[in-house]
Design a protein around this ligand. Structure first.
Ligand SMILES: [Zn+2]
Length: 223
């Protein structure tokens, strides 16, 4: 395209080809959208059943569809991040908020202080939790019941349940267990939220996730 634009009538051709370039970019973007929407065609989407969950031992309560976006991850978007949140409220009010169509936010999971885990958005889909579109598209969001300024809210049972869940997510998508891939909401680019805050014990959490992963990962094949 650039080569052809050289020579006589250069300016005009440059304008012409520049215009075609914009069209081509537009067409590519449209193709990208089509590729991402292929699952809208009948018969090709992954089967979904109300009440299905993505991780063993978790319960299901559906978030309002207004608070998340339909997708088909990891086929349309690669999942390579876990974003850690703190609810700034109790478990029941957080579940209620995600069910409320006017809340405009959700997360895939909420971990209660006693270790119970509620899934509210399928991992296939994009929950609105990180305040950042591309981060939402690539991540699984885990909320933890509590307040960032109350370290006693982060119970042993909460850490254990969350680590078990995070390890399962890391194993299924091949996400490395490090602080680049397992991050806090406050670390998301452009974030105006401060959770999980200074009392969240990252060293402990990542150690527990690694231990859980080592315990559950299939033994490496010899040779
Ligand atoms: Zn958050």
């Amino acid at each position: 395209m650039t080569e052809k634009a050289k020579g006589g009538g250069r300016t005009r051709r440059a304008v012409l080809f520049g215009g075609l370039g914009a069209l081509a970019v537009g067409a590519l973007a449209a193709q990208d959208e089509i590729r991402r929407a292929w699952w809208l065609l009948p018969g090709v989407s992954k089967p979904r059943k109300e009440g299905d969950v993505d991780s063993p031992g978790v319960s299901w309560t559906a978030a309002s569809p207004a608070n998340w976006r339909l997708a088909d991850r990891p086929d349309d978007y690669r999942v390579d991040r876990i974003v850690v949140h703190v609810t700034q409220g109790d478990f029941a009010s957080s579940v209620g908020a995600f069910q409320n169509p006017f809340h405009k936010a959700s997360a895939h999971y909420i971990v209660r202080q006693d270790g119970h885990v509620e899934q509210m958005v399928r991992e296939l889909d994009i929950a609105f939790h990180a305040g950042n579109r591309s981060m939402n598209e690539r991540s699984v969001g885990i909320e933890h019941e509590g307040f960032i300024d109350r370290p006693q809210d982060f119970t042993d049972a909460l850490y254990a349940a969350s680590a078990r869940l995070a390890a399962d997510i890391c194993r299924r998508y091949g996400i490395p267990v490090d602080r680049q891939h397992v991050l806090g909401h406050s670390e998301v680019p452009g974030a105006d939220h401060t959770d999980p805050g200074p009392h969240w014990d990252w060293d402990r959490y990542l150690r527990m996730v690694r231990e859980e992963l080592a315990r559950t990962a299939p033994p490496a094949k010899a040779g």
